[in-house]
Design a protein around this ligand. Structure first.
Ligand SMILES: [Zn+2]
Length: 54
């Protein structure tokens, strides 16, 4: 799995290379936390599905 993801940051209003700040395996799948390197905006993904905001 990639450690970076191109995401449209709602705070910067630009596409950023978010980095994965945390990951854990849950019974319902893999939960990952992503963070914008510019502003620190974060969100959570479960099984690749974003749940905005974090
Ligand atoms: Zn940002």
């Amino acid at each position: 799995m990639s450690l970076e993801a191109e995401v449209d940051c709602p705070n910067c209003e630009e596409t950023r290379s978010f980095y994965r700040s945390a990951a854990m395996n849950l019974h319902l799948g893999e939960k990952t936390k992503w963070r914008c390197p510019e502003c620190g905006y974060g969100f959570v993904r479960i099984n690749g599905i974003s749940t905005l905001p974090a």
